[in-house]
Write a protein that binds this ligand. Structure first.
Ligand SMILES: [Zn+2]
Ligand SMILES: [Zn+2]
Ligand SMILES: [Zn+2]
Length: 241
């Protein structure tokens, strides 16, 4: 059965359960020569920062969320191209509760879960509501207990992890693992790869085909849009970048 998220907001999020101790995700910096900058961050800015090269980016690791803020602010002031990798441990656990006829919220709260959001899923074509609820829970220590739930509100239920197969792609720069609001990279158009936001692409207002810029992928240079899943640079699920 095909279902669709009612609000469709989680469309590009990867939901995985992480039980590892909290690790601060790196700040990604696009720069050719970072050695002097790295030294300056450590000695002048007094931010303990370690670097690791990753393709055209350098990953900058610091130890605390405060240092992330401090370093982000500094790099922004220097007008450098950065983005912050989304902190997966801060994201909610997303599950689907199957078998429920009516919205549940208070019941889950009584069971000591911290409910952030509840969406009823709908039949893709008819939009009929289904007995399926997508629930976002905060990562409290007991959060995995949700999978043991067998009944709720006098209904037999099953709880499964909410899986979204697509990775989060930034609408601004077309690379992955972060959202546009956290992106300080130069914009790249999803259609033509020029330095403009996709919504401002001149192709939208072109009156003839000849006026249009050719379709070019911002990630591989191929003749497809940057959101094309068949792109050779499109990240494979489960691989780390
Ligand atoms: Zn971006
Ligand atoms: Zn464009
Ligand atoms: Zn491509």
């Amino acid at each position: 059965m095909e279902t669709e998220n009612v609000e469709n907001n989680a469309a590009n999020e990867l939901s995985t359960i992480v039980n590892k101790p909290h690790k601060i995700p790196p700040i990604m910096l696009r720069i050719a020569d970072y050695q002097i900058l790295l030294k300056r961050i450590n000695t002048i800015q007094k931010i303990k920062c370690l670097a690791k090269e990753s393709g055209e980016f350098v990953k900058l690791f610091v130890d605390t969320p405060e240092e992330v803020l401090k370093l982000t602010k500094y790099l922004e002031e220097q007008q450098l191209e950065i983005y912050c990798v989304a902190d997966r441990t801060a994201r909610p656990v997303k599950v689907v509760i199957r078998g429920l006829g009516k919205e549940t919220n208070t019941e889950l709260k009584e069971l000591k879960f911290e409910v952030e959001k509840v969406n009823q899923l709908r039949q893709f074509k008819t939009k009929e509501p289904l007995p399926l609820f997508q629930v976002h829970l905060a990562r409290t220590p007991n959060v995995n207990e949700i999978y043991k739930l067998t009944s709720l509100m006098y209904h037999i239920v099953t709880v499964v992890k909410y899986e979204n197969k697509s990775l989060r792609q930034c609408l601004k720069c077309q690379t992955w693992q972060h959202s546009a609001d956290k992106c300080h990279l130069k914009p790249k158009c999803v259609v033509c790869t020029d330095v403009h936001e996709s919504k401002n692409c001149p192709n939208k207002t072109a009156i003839s085909e000849e006026q249009k810029l050719p379709v070019k992928c911002a990630n591989c240079g191929g003749q497809h849009t940057a959101s094309y899943k068949g792109c050779p640079k499109y990240p494979k699920m489960g691989s780390k970048s």
